[in-house]
Design a protein around this ligand. Structure first.
Ligand code: M6R
Length: 615
């Protein structure tokens, strides 16, 4: 997730760009850059770090050009440094590109362009767009108007690239035009008075105009000081639908949501889709192990803290089920201080959103010192953890601003589920047929998450109003969903400061049942799987002691439970081992709405930090 902005008008564009980038900084701040068309030439300035660093450098330049692009980066391809910062230019230095998203086929395109003589100066996927447009411009009729040539070259480029993108392009050949195009990544067009904008979201230009257009996939927009023209993928001009934005800048940053946490809960279908932007054939390179190496993996040790630890615990179920390899999940803070016997064929995986958690990094360092092969599953490119790992799988969910982790968690679960399928296929734990059918559903996870959000959100909000006054909550689940019960309890504790516990359904009778009293909410995660009946018994045990049982289940489970529990939240039907990802959404929403009713500081709960960098 990066932030892009383009502005063309009658005044110097640089101040608009810098201000806009500051409003987009929540989307990433590894580095920032600006490109301006001035006196017929393309000028570019980039700086590692936050937009402030770029602003200081820009103040020393005399940018007077009225057409400019800007970018604030959250690194996905290539470490955060000046050379990888956007805007990226073509060989001739006449055009510049800013991009948010992932170009999936950038490697073959890069090879093709290199063969044609193009010289690449960054490790990014984005740079291929600049060179492709340059290549396509060469074939345009030189006598055609520059605007038409740019439109056509961008069109041809868009047809060659796959993946998700929102792109802005400026070219000294058409100095008063900026081209914008999107596919799956967000892009808003702002229509002002003699000044027009493109940006990742409206917060970047709300100060100047509240009139916006949201182009559809593959639609190309050309903005100039006098207006904006919209074209479909075949170049036919379209009439735009203008929206009047009512949000304030602060609301716009949160996409109109009241809190970053809720925004991030809703971003999960996209976050998981971006994490899963690979095919089954890419799995060896994505997971950094080939068939022979997989065969040498005799056991797996997963290290993590907090929410990431719950993802690690879930992975034990995934991997042992599909690949038959024994897995041990450890709190990183415990692993570091326990004696670890040597074991040949051990793969150590650390799971971390930030890659900067001191406990996780210290445990990982210990694993490395013991000579184990290591892998990181991490969301932040270039973080300390990824620099230590033999290989990193990046969850690509963009910056997570809310302290309570949501989209990083479901992306970690997706990554670990994919790893389990891959290991199972390579070591023979799964037949090719079973691998195929499981993979098909696995890659449809973004759609399942989308459905889950639609099915759950209003119902959970309503339910929260009934129970939020209770001081203690119990989450129950079994098998692969047990860690989701722990995650539910953790989310609720973190943001509502209420007492919550998660237990395996079968364990409640061994002690925790003493907690149950009249109306105590018991949230039972119980899809209609092989353990459903067992969970039903656990529910009955708590109900008999007066608990208010809230079941999260699928439609088949709901049918059976309708007169047996107080409330039912329905998730879509899914392979049993994918249900922890859907149940995660249920417990996140539950915690969110309780905390909201309790008027808590949801995005920055007391005593917590987003990244715990001390042991
Ligand atoms: O950045 P990490 O994933 O390594 O962070 C680990 C935990 O500190 C983190 O998951 C924490 O538990 C969150 N606040 C959970 O919402």
């Amino acid at each position: 997730m990066c932030g892009i902005i383009g502005c063309v008008g009658k005044k110097s564009a640089a101040p608009y760009i810098i201000q806009g980038l500051k409003n987009l900084e929540y989307r990433g701040y590894d580095s920032a850059g600006i490109a301006v068309i001035q006196d017929g030439k393309l000028l570019r300035l980039r700086a590692a770090g936050k937009v402030n660093a770029l602003e200081k450098l820009a103040a020393k330049k005399n940018f007077t050009g009225v057409s400019a692009l800007g970018h604030t980066r959250w690194a996905t391809h290539g470490k955060p440094c000046e050379a990888n910062s956007h805007p990226h230019t073509d060989c001739g230095g006449t055009l510049a590109v800013v991009h948010n998203g992932i170009i999936e086929n950038y490697l073959p395109l890069k090879e093709e362009l290199k063969k044609k003589g193009h010289v690449f100066r960054s490790e990014t996927d984005t740079e291929v767009i600049a060179h492709l447009i340059e290549e396509n411009l060469k074939t345009e009729n030189k006598n055609a108007p520059a605007e038409k040539r740019l439109l056509s070259a961008v069109q041809k480029t868009v047809k060659r690239i796959t993946g998700a993108f929102a792109v802005g392009v400026i070219w000294s050949g058409a100095p008063n035009i900026i081209a914008g195009v999107r596919r799956q990544s967000p892009l808003a067009v702002g229509l002002g008075d003699n000044e027009n904008f493109i940006a990742s979201d409206v917060s970047a230009f709300l100060k100047h105009t509240k009139k916006a257009v949201f182009p559809e996939d593959d639609e190309i927009v050309l903005i100039s000081p006098s207006g904006a023209k919209f074209y479909d993928a075949d170049g036919c001009q379209k009439k735009p639908q203008i929206t009047k934005i009512k949000w304030s800048s602060a609301q716009a940053e949160k996409g109109g949501f009241e809190h970053f946490m809720l925004k991030e809960i809703y971003e999960q279908p996209d976050a998981v889709a971006d994490t899963l932007r690979f095919g089954t054939d890419d799995m060896p390179s994505i997971f950094g192990v080939d068939k022979n190496e997989v065969k040498q993996i005799k056991n797996i040790q997963i290290l993590a803290c907090g929410t990431a630890y719950h993802a690690a615990m879930t992975a034990k179920y995934f991997i042992e089920q599909y690949a038959g390899v024994p897995v041990n999940a450890d709190y990183a803070s415990e692993y570091k201080y326990r004696s670890v016997p040597p074991a040949a064929g051990t793969l150590v995986i650390a799971v971390s959103q930030s890659g900067e958690t001191a406990d996780t990094n210290a445990a990982f360092k210990k694993a490395k010192s013991l000579g184990f092969k290591t892998m990181a599953i991490c969301n932040v490119l270039g973080s300390t953890l990824t620099r230590m790992a033999d290989h990193t799988f990046y969850t690509r969910c963009g910056p997570e601003i809310s302290v309570a982790s949501t989209k990083a968690y479901t992306s970690q679960l997706a990554a670990l589920y994919g790893l389990a399928l891959f290991l199972g296929r390579e070591n023979g734990g799964l037949s090719e047929e079973r691998f195929k059918s499981l993979s098909e559903e696995f890659f449809s996870l973004p759609r399942l998450l989308d459905e889950t959000l639609k099915m759950l959100a209003p119902a959970v909000e309503k339910l929260a109003k009934k129970v939020y006054r209770r001081e203690t909550y119990v989450f129950l689940a079994r098998g692969v969903n047990y860690p989701a019960a722990l995650e539910g309890a953790l989310k609720l504790k973190e943001i509502s400061y209420l007492h919550a516990e998660g237990f395996p359904g079968g364990e409640i009778k061994h002690g925790p049942i003493a907690l149950i009293d009249k109306n105590l909410p018991v949230i039972a995660l119980m899809p209609k799987d092989a353990l459903f009946e067992k969970m039903l018994s656990a529910c009955e045990e708590t109900k008999a002691r007066g608990a208010r049982v809230i079941a999260v289940t699928d439609s088949k489970g709901a049918e059976i439970l309708k007169n047996k529990v107080s409330d039912i939240l329905v998730i879509p039907p899914a392979t049993p081992f994918l249900t922890p990802v859907l149940n995660a959404v249920a417990v996140q929403l539950f915690a969110y709405y309780i905390a909201k009713l309790r008027k808590r500081e949801i995005d920055q709960p007391r005593n917590l930090a987003k990244s715990v960098t001390v042991e």
